[in-house]
Design a protein around this ligand. Structure first.
Ligand SMILES: NC(=O)c1ccc[n+]([C@@H]2O[C@H](COP(=O)([O-])OP(=O)(O)OC[C@H]3O[C@@H](n4cnc5c(N)ncnc54)[C@H](OP(=O)(O)O)[C@@H]3O)[C@@H](O)[C@H]2O)c1
Length: 378
């Protein structure tokens, strides 16, 4: 396993981190973790060098942290850097923050959380958390020794990312990045900005929830075959990320021992600046293949917002693209449901057409939003 520094903290983490959002479950029920299997995977990972574990209050219907508390008993807790998150969605007042943190410490059976992150920060959550005194809360929790480092995970535009990042001396941020999402949300721009400021950058969704590894268009497979080195699509996706020296940890959710072992093996080669120009060219070609399948040619310029009805048009359209590019309706539906507030959803469109007047790409936005509503809301 290779290790990299976690920004200015001076801590060292394995370049592959264990994401606990998708642990194996029983009866297809997210609340029923298959504890035996999940524990075996997690302990195997730690025994073989993974030392960064990512959890959240809300994973597995609130059961994830309690499972981790058990799985990390018998000396495993001391071997890892444990990251978990405060649910911005659930916080209704300042006292909630203290209450959630106490609950999390108890569930995780630990006195101190190494990395405590605000979960899935977007503009509205950030405004709310600031209003309720989140900075003071973090400072107090740190002074009391309940958390060691602070951070946030992020799902909004680069502008909001910079705003949040500049508002507090965070230690770490967690962003979505893979070769399809270079210019999506924080993107590569955000990665470089954060690293320059000394933050550790942790990556989520490296395989776009597995789609870049398992739903590979035939054309893309043919591009990979032209490479001098034989690599699986998963390896290409991971190597793309580890090539960035600014990235500290890449998280992956691994339910299968084969995937865990494969990813750990790939991680042995994950040196920064190790891809050749030819290899980067192949990745760019594959990216174009996925992009050509995009239903909507939206560049995320945001000329169309604010929408008078509050619809988050760029985000709503991006989920439509996920369906046509990757064919995974289930995952896109899940993300649409969780990451867009009720006000932001496409069903609120009243077809005023203001957006189409300003769209530089001449997208038939009203028609597309109807499709979004049909696919994701009905
Ligand atoms: N803070 C946030 O807002 C937020 C949002 C999303 C994610 N996260 C965190 O980031 C972590 C990583 O995101 P993710 O779970 O979406 O990661 P991911 O690696 O993009 O996707 C995980 C999926 O990829 C599959 N996979 C992993 N390795 C593979 C391989 N070698 N070959 C083929 N398929 C493979 C897994 O399948 P198997 O399960 O079958 O192994 C799993 O279904 C999460 O677990 C969570 O901790 C945080």
């Amino acid at each position: 396993m290779l290790y990299r520094k976690l920004g200015k903290t001076g801590e060292k983490a394995s370049i592959l981190g264990y994401g606990c959002m998708r642990l194996p479950v029983l009866d297809n029920d997210p609340g029923k973790i298959d504890e035996e299997k999940a524990s075996e995977l997690l302990r195997y990972a730690i025994d073989h060098g993974i030392n960064y574990i990512d959890a959240a209050y809300s994973y597995h219907g609130g059961m994830g942290e309690a499972f981790l508390g058990k799985a990390l008993a018998e000396g495993y807790r001391e071997k890892v850097l444990l990251a978990t998150k405060l649910s911005c969605k659930r916080v209704r007042c300042r006292e909630d923050m203290d209450r959630f943190l106490e609950e999390q410490l108890e569930k995780l059976r630990t006195d101190c959380i190494d990395f405590y992150l605000l979960h899935a920060v977007k503009k509205s959550y950030w405004e709310k958390m600031k209003k309720f005194g989140v900075i003071e809360f973090l400072e107090q929790a740190r002074a009391e020794g309940k958390i060691k480092y602070t951070g946030f995970s992020f799902h909004d535009s680069p502008d909001v990312f910079k705003e949040v990042l500049d508002a507090y001396p965070w230690d770490l941020c967690q962003i979505q990045l893979n070769y399809l999402d270079e210019n999506y949300q924080a993107g590569v721009e955000g990665l470089k900005y954060a690293a320059e400021k000394g933050l550790a950058v942790v990556i989520m969704e490296p395989l776009r929830g597995g789609n870049l590894a398992s739903k590979v268009p035939e054309e893309a497979g043919k591009v990979w075959e032209r490479a001098d080195s034989r690599r699986t699509p998963a390896e290409w996706a991971f190597r793309y990320l580890w090539d960035y020296p600014e990235i500290s940890v890449v998280l992956s959710g691994m339910n299968e021992m084969d995937h865990l072992k494969e990813n750990m093996k790939i991680a042995e080669e994950g040196q920064p600046n190790s891809l050749t120009a030819e290899e980067k060219g192949l990745i760019a070609e594959v990216k174009q293949i996925y992009r050509a399948r995009m239903k909507v040619n939206c560049t995320g310029c945001k000329y169309c917002v604010p929408c008078p009805s509050g619809v988050n048009i760029p985000r709503a359209l991006s989920y439509l693209n996920d369906v046509t590019m990757l064919g995974d309706v289930k995952n896109a539906r899940f993300q649409y449901g969780v990451l867009l507030s009720p006000e932001e959803k496409a069903g609120n469109c009243v077809e005023c057409g203001e957006c189409e007047e300003v769209c530089p790409q001449n997208i038939e936005i009203r028609k597309m939003l109807k499709e979004v509503t049909e696919i994701f809301e009905e």
